[in-house]
Design a protein. Structure first.
Length: 325
């Protein structure tokens, strides 16, 4: 791996991947859809190139001279399949075509735990994918498309199906910054989690190694959302969690989804998000070490959440007159 194109570099996970690449001595080429958004990459060493996954012509310059692509760009929202499909599926198809034409050797994809339907047994490498949400359906469709196309082009392809990935810049903590969050459901269902730093390390390790195929990854200890919130509140006592019965939350979200037919941008509390919150999706421990030969820096949310809170000035610094924690 010498020359890397990173899509989704201005996103939450992509930004961290760019930092990890810098630490490896690499200066990636970073695809930016909106030049102004590229300003968030000022602290990252590398080249930005303007392009859009839905504009195939703009991708040719992005992949020129590249040997590895780490593909993270997509609409990351739990809305209807028809809304997310163009970005996730068609955008991936355009990128694949450009990469194959340019002779790219390795393609790494940021997949999703939501390709699985959930259940009592922890997800492992043998668990069959069967998404129940539109977002998961689109991610699986793109993953399979990329796998077939990469095989035909002689490209090594690996997809890491990431769980709930959290960190100081994540949407979860952005919501928590307000001091309150709605939670739709009982919160006792188990879920796989991974600190963004470990997610980035895993994606870069997948690009560097010889792994091929699609694999789930997570930290060492899946936990319930109740436990997740408990640990967040221990580090950030101002956070108030407002619990809403799942059925009531789903009914309200379906109504909001209907109203969003007249809006250009989807909102946060969609029906898909409510369903996603309530899936039981634990992951077997040891995925990073067995798959990639790396140990997580944050083996569980018990270590990762305080680190995420500590990284955010918004949580750590308050005028002394207001610091009543």
């Amino acid at each position: 791996m010498r020359r890397v194109l990173l899509t989704g570099a201005t996103g939450f996970i992509g930004y961290e991947v760019a930092r990890v690449l810098n630490e490896r001595g690499l200066e990636p080429r970073m695809l930016v859809r909106r030049p102004l958004r590229g300003l968030v990459l000022r602290g990252v060493a590398g080249e930005t190139v303007t392009g859009d996954l839905l504009d195939p012509a703009s991708l040719r310059a992005a992949v020129a001279g590249v040997d590895t692509v780490i593909h993270l760009a997509a609409v990351a929202s739990f809305v209807a399949y028809r809304i997310v499909r163009p970005s996730i599926v068609e955008g991936s198809r355009h990128l694949l075509d450009a990469a194959a034409a340019a002779g790219v050797k390795t393609l790494v994809y940021g997949g999703s735990l939501l390709v699985y339907p959930g259940g009592e047994r922890p997800v492992d490498f043998a668990t069959p994918a069967a998404p129940v949400l539109g977002y998961g359906r689109a991610k699986l469709e793109a993953e399979r498309l990329l796998a077939r196309g990469a095989a035909a082009a002689g490209m090594r392809f690996v997809s890491l199906r990431l769980p709930h990935t959290y960190g100081a810049r994540s949407l979860f903590f952005e919501e928590a910054r307000r001091g309150w969050m709605l939670f739709p459901g009982r919160g006792d269902n188990l879920y796989g989690h991974l600190h963004v730093r470990d997610a980035a390390r895993a994606l870069v390790a997948a690009a560097e190694g010889g792994l091929e195929g699609a694999f789930v990854v997570a930290d060492e200890a899946s936990c319930s959302w109740n436990r997740f919130f408990e640990i967040v509140q221990a580090s950030y006592p101002r956070l108030r969690v407002i619990r809403v019965p799942r059925r009531a939350a789903l009914a309200a979200a379906l109504l909001l989804d209907g109203l969003r037919l007249f809006r250009s941008r989807p909102g946060l509390y969609s029906a898909g998000a409510v369903r996603a919150w309530n899936l039981n999706l634990p992951v077997v421990p040891g995925t990073l070490s067995r798959l990639l030969g790396i140990e997580p820096l944050y083996p569980s949310v018990r270590e990762g959440i305080p680190a995420a809170v500590a990284e955010s000035v918004a949580y750590c610094w308050l005028p002394s007159m207001k610091d009543n924690c």
